[in-house]
Design a protein around this ligand. Sequence first.
Ligand code: ADP
Ligand code: MG
Ligand code: MG
Length: 902
Amino acid sequence: MTAQETVEHKYVYDFAEGNRDLKDLLGGKGANLAEMTHLGLPVPPGFTITTEACKAYLASGEQPAGLADQIAAHLAALEQGMGRRLGDPDDPLLVSVRSGAKFSMPGMMETVLNVGLNDRSVVGLAAQANGNHRFAWDSYRRLIQMFGKTVCEVPGEEFEHAIDEAKRAKGSTDDLDLDADDLRALVDTYKKIFSKHTGREFPQDPREQLDLAIRAVFDSWNAERAVIYRRQERIPADLGTAVNVVAMVFGNLGPDSGTGVAFTRDPASGAQGIYGDYLANAQGEDVVAGIRNTVPLQELERINKPAYDELLDYMARLERHYKDLCDIEFTIERGKLWMLQTRVGKRTAAAAFVIAGQLVDEGLIDLDEALHRVNGAQLAQLMFPRFQLDHGFEPVATGIGASPGAAVGKVVFTSARAVELAGQGEDVILVRRETNPDDLNGMIASKGILTSRGGKTSHAAVVARGMGKTCVSGADALDIDVPKRRITVAGRTVTEGEVVSIDGTTGKVYLGQVPVTPSEVVQYFEGELDPEATDGALVQAVHRIMSYADARRRLAVRTNADTGADAARARRFGAEGIGLCRTEHMFLGDRRELVERLILAREAPEREAALAALLPLQRADFVEIFRAMDGQPVTVRLIDPPLHEFLPPLEQLAVDVAVAQERGEDVAKEEALLAAVRRMHEENPMLGLRGVRLGLVIPGLFAMQVRAITEAAVECTRQGINACPEIMVPLVGAVQELETVRAEAEKIIAEVAGGSDVEVLIGTMIEVPRAALTAGQIAEAAEFFSFGTNDLTQMGWGFSRDDVEGAFFWRYLELGIFGISPFESIDADGIGRLVRIAAEEGRAARPGLKLGVCGEHGGDPDSVHFFHAVGLDYVSCSPFRVPVARLEAGRAAVVTAGSDSR
Ligand code: ADP
Ligand code: MG
Ligand code: MG
């Protein structure tokens, strides 16, 4: 190799050359193997072929120039270090060829063990293993099986059938009962299977085996399952995988050998201790494959105390070094411990909080770092009720946890039946093979949705998440027969009306009623659990990290709440004001009649009478809310939806009128209503007479609301309550609209509150794209902006959420057109750009302009980071998401270089 080549095209790194910061280049597995090598842990020697080499290979279909030579050079060094040659007939070096991308993609990519074995070296291997022929032939059959399956696409079942057959012939179910002769015979069978499917003999040249295996690992990056997995997990498609070539160590040499996995803390609860599984006389994948029953790791102490103590020592060192929970793969070869893999381990949401808190206590990390180790999605998960631990039920199927929560209910198979039973007060679970837009009403009526097909982006999954409903999708063990209204699963039949329980976090499905426990974390937020008083590690950790997030965040967090009760709850959850109080709810129920009178009024006096009747009702609503939010700002949005939403639906009205006419009753009023409904019908209500447009068209409507708000504030102040109203005008697209409303409102405010301490701000929503683009003008008339990102998304993309989420979003997600629904997470490039422009131009025109967001994006983790970066003053979201927003706002404020929440 010339010096220049080394600099420009270094495709291969010895484990002694890399380190854990080189994950981009060496993948996670390779970088961590190098790191352990540096720490002096016993890692079998080996080298890593870089992701760069993979990318070059995938781009051209050829191994890049120089790669073959570099592999040869590193292989030669490895052989020299080991004192053995790859596949040498007398004393063979064997290697594993292991995939390893930057982000772990469990089960997606390939690994081949025992590369270098052939008809001759298998004999040498046996001789080197003190004549252990069984071991040698077992290793060889594993090679043919893995190589055949992963490198040459031979169907894996054929090998499995063959070994099952061999065991059956022995009258056993345990592969340990197969002796050397059985395994030699099995190798013959395997070779036949191999050549039947590939049209060639099993390759005997060790270097050819190695090269083919390396290519297969490269190619596995683009296997369909890997592509789909990456799209779902939002892992970039162009990272490529590294390939690790590692000298084999053998856990299948006899009872003094074995293989296992270990966690430095309990990945389920976070508790400190020794967690893991061990399997004697086994190789690599046997542990996870569940071939034989593993024993708890603690038993290794009895089996091999020195190796056990050594392992515990390494576990402690790795934890201190990585400052986090590590998971580990190891093998013991004739009593000697070898470390084969480590990485920062995956964990449950609860464990994430508990461990972060413990690591702070242990002085390994600071609170900034702790804040990074947890996230809003985990907190949200912890806020759902969940099934009781040790409930004793066995799942009958496991699908994909598509939308979290624990739902229990009677099985129904059709949307109509779901609506019917729910109407009778029953909890139901809608069970379908897959859902489609016709199921919407049924989904709304159900506690949870269970399907046997489809993944995280199926219709059921997307719509359920949008609704916040529990959903398990793709539970393919369920055989669902909708016409016969029954499910067959695990030899049982479940018919309509039987109770099932589904866990939208784990994807598990249970027959019967699994007991549900409320969330401890919610109880804590509600003030029902005192963290000082509880011995709950989780509540204490959440308390500590949340308090720190509050101390660190710059964004304020408000809530969307329309009633005093909601407002009070949100306040307990940490809300610092109301960012959106919708007033349309105040026009429902027994007030509908007044609204009808308002709509039907032909003359001013009738209209004024209706408004005058509404005024005190609205005022009372506001008093209640101001009282709940004493001292905190309350943004009240003037009425927004089209008024026909308050009238009965056309069809129903038409029928009522016809029936009444038939009976000869007086239908004057109904006829007038019907005429109004016809007159007010809109093709596109979302783009129709609503928001500020209503206020400008219906005399006195906005004025009544402004008066009610101001009077309520004055009344509260008199009672010693500090009311801080902010009046928000919806759907403004032009400054002139706002100016007109403002002029009228200011007069009323002066009249009602003049001489009092009450101060009322007037601002606008920014939800029409034109408003964002003319924000500089609009800011002249607005004391605050609140981004209505829901409407901004609808109008910016030109689709309505109600129409599209069920109709085609699943397809867009499947195709990767969206990484995530733009209603779930703000589309930073497009809609986010509108927000950015409006924030900049608004503040330029009016320094100190208050900026917030009141769409549901305000409670979405990624969106919170975006709003922090854009420089908004606050986010506002539904009460339940307030803690999530607080946490993420804190995390956004301490984002440090190189941090990675994945
Ligand atoms: P995965 O990423 O699916 O865990 P690995 O590359 O880690 O795949 O390998 C699969 C199994 O083979 C693991 O149990 C691993 O410990 C084992 N293994 C890999 N390389 C070796 C080796 N050189 N010697 C012994 N066992 C190995
Ligand atoms: Mg592994
Ligand atoms: Mg809106």
